[in-house]
Design a protein around this ligand. Structure first.
Ligand code: ADP
Ligand code: MG
Length: 612
């Protein structure tokens, strides 16, 4: 494989020379951490990881300049875990993040990295949630605290968090933190923790204020900088199409039929989908194969080799299966299922436009998924252009062009007497037939166009559906998007500003905490913090926004999960009492959150989106 470590993430290729392909195993991580990383499917360290991890393992301070999506969490999270002593039940590592969402997300990621390290406890502390449970977790001996500066200071001042054993301090998204007015708190935290602690400071930019912090509090830091790789993205022409769920396979077949790309990769979300879509293509006579994460390595290599040699033109794959895949012939990436994370998008489209060629990336979104486009555009800093799915006429036109391109070659090959004789005889018998007319009919037959047939009028036609889907503007995801008939099997229909809202059967009176709810949803539902919207905890139940909705499997698993000893019994929120109007976009505020924690001043003020 010629791709570099950073290719999996939108990082730099400018570090090519500096970073020959290195594996996680070679970074010197303790075995339980290397295993956790392998479990996550990370194969190759990103550029920032390849540089930061060895430096931090060697005990150095570092400053890391890197954009979102470059893999910073593992860059500091793994060495941090290597530095923590599980036997010592004291806070040993402190990670500061600008927002509560980020705190939750980072804590969750560190927990995943620590899955083979028994005895490690990670807690997230942030404003806007009750103090006491955080205090209890600290008293129980959590070694790793991830929090917003404001709430961390509060704990330090109340002595519920003792800084004496802190040996690892991380500032994540430091520029954002200062922008939010946390400079003083950050200084204070630096001054309260032991001076021999190790520091990792990460920031997307390095303004003077951050340089000052680094100059003042870091000890001869290693400076690591990774610039966002734009060339992988800019050499790819990015488009999207709105396609109702059940018409995706038909739309895909048409897209492939008119594509000029030598080969294509089609990304799907699950192993089941890989098989289904792959089979649908093969049935339509397309040279396709499918792989998912559980395909054996040998088998995967064989398929990739066929793709490389041209024996295979379309590969249907899950994200995991396609990771690191490097085949120059791939001129088209189709995101059959829209990626759930913008980072995955960047990784997917990086499979095309390789080796200096240009590539095409087309993302299918169902009418209800259009909000995902914005997250993608924010991450790639590029607009996706909407295209329409080719019509049957487009497909035929494309095929006949190809047919005519082959005419000269075929003529040259000779041995046409048989056909010439037959055609001459036909024209002699049918003197009224014009030779051009005859050639046209033959061409239509050759491309499989049997002429107009009475069209079904039940409205289930791909073209009808596409034109309907098209009417729904991007950004407007309230009405049409909720219509099950145009949006596949999903039945959940209660939408809010933030997306789908679910009700779970635990609340304050059961002792449910946001952290535990987040934990259950992410562990059981396979979600990440980014998939979750607002969580409102009421006395006897809670409401959770999950903008993209849940798959039936995730729904089942979460329904059986427990928080505070009670099953979640998740269901789509129907709202209180009878619905009024369309019921589609009633604001969450319709539920009166009694006894809701008053939002803590600082942390909630400017609401920032997660992962920015
Ligand atoms: P950042 O903090 O720089 O924005 P994250 O640490 O949140 O980035 O990582 C972005 C995404 O990339 C996450 O989904 C993470 O699981 C994934 N990721 C991180 N490192 C790797 C890797 N080496 N290989 C594959 N995926 C990775
Ligand atoms: Mg991050």
């Amino acid at each position: 494989m010629t791709s570099l470590p950073s290719a999996a993430l939108p990082t730099t290729e400018s570090s090519d020379a500096a970073a020959p392909t290195i594996t996680f195993a070679e970074l010197g991580l303790p075995e339980p951490l290397a295993r956790a990383v392998a479990d996550l499917g990370f194969e190759i360290p990103s550029a920032i990881q390849a540089e930061a991890i060895p430096a931090l393992l060697a005990g150095r301070d570092i400053t890391g300049v890197a954009q979102t999506g470059t893999g910073k969490t593992a860059a500091f999270g793994l060495p941090l875990l290597a530095a923590v002593d599980p036997e010592l039940r004291e806070v040993q590592a402190l990670v500061l993040t600008p927002t509560r969402e980020l705190a939750m997300q980072v804590a969750e990621a560190i927990e995943t990295f620590a899955k083979h390290l028994p005895g490690i406890e990670v807690i997230a502390v942030y404003g806007g949630s009750p103090f006491l449970p955080q205090q209890r977790a600290l008293a129980r001996g959590a070694q790793i605290v991830v929090g917003t500066p404001g709430r961390v200071i509060d704990h330090l001042e109340r002595r519920t968090l003792r800084p004496d054993n802190v040996r690892f301090l991380v500032l994540d998204e430091a520029d954002e933190m200062l922008r939010m007015g946390f400079a003083e708190d950050v200084d204070k935290i630096f001054n309260t923790t032991p001076t021999d602690r190790q520091v990792a400071l990460f920031s997307a930019t390095m303004p003077p204020a951050i340089r000052r912090v680094a100059g003042q509090h870091l000890n001869n830091p290693v400076e690591v900088a990774v610039s966002r790789q734009s060339s992988t993205v800019t050499s790819v022409n990015q488009t999207y199409a709105v396609v109702p769920y059940r018409h995706k396979a038909g739309a895909l077949a048409r897209v492939l039929a008119v594509s000029d790309a030598d080969a294509a990769i089609v990304f799907v979300r699950t192993r089941g989908a890989a098989e289904e879509v792959g089979s649908a293509l093969i049935e339509r006579g397309i040279s396709a194969a499918y792989i998912s994460g559980d395909v054996a390595q040998g088998e995967r290599e064989k398929i990739v080799e066929r793709l490389r040699s041209g024996a295979l033109n379309v590969l249907v794959a899950t994200d995991v299966a396609a990771r690191g895949l490097d085949v120059d012939r791939i001129g088209l990436v189709v995101n059959f299922d829209a990626p759930s994370e913008p980072e995955a998008y960047v990784h997917r489209i990086g499979r095309t436009g390789r080796a200096g060629r240009s590539g095409e990336a087309l993302t299918f979104v169902t009418p209800s998924e259009q909000h995902r486009l914005r997250a993608i555009e924010r991450t790639t800093r590029q607009k996706l252009e909407e295209i329409s799915i080719p019509s049957p006429a487009d497909v035929s036109a494309h095929r006949v062009q190809k047919l005519l391109r082959d005419v000269a070659t075929r003529a040259e090959a000779g041995r046409l007497d048989l056909y010439r004789t037959a055609v001459t005889a036909y024209l002699a018998e049918n003197p009224s037939v014009d030779p051009i007319e005859l050639a046209s009919v033959v061409a239509a037959l050759a491309v499989g166009d049997t002429g107009p047939a009475p069209r079904p009028t039940h409205g289930d036609d791909l073209d009808d559906a596409l034109s309907r889907a098209h009417l729904s503007d991007r950004g407007d995801r309230n009405e049409r998007s909720a219509r099950p008939s145009s949006d596949g099997p999903r039945r959940a229909t209660h939408r809010t500003e933030g997306g789908l809202r679910y009700r779970i059967a635990v609340g304050h009176t059961h002792g449910a905490q946001a952290g535990a709810i987040v934990g259950a949803l992410t562990n059981e539902g396979g979600l990440t913090g980014k998939d979750l919207g607002k969580i409102d905890i009421f006395p006897s139940f809670s409401l959770v926004e999950i903008p993209a909705g849940l798959s039936p499997e995730a729904f089942d698993r979460i329904g059986r999960a427990r928080v505070a000893g009670r099953p979640l019994r998740i269901r789509v929120d129907e709202g209180p009492g009878p619905r009024t109007g369309q019921g589609a976009s009633r604001p969450t505020g319709a539920h009166r959150p009694e006894g809701r924690d008053r939002a803590e001043s600082r942390d909630r003020r400017p609401r920032h989106t997660v992962g920015r």
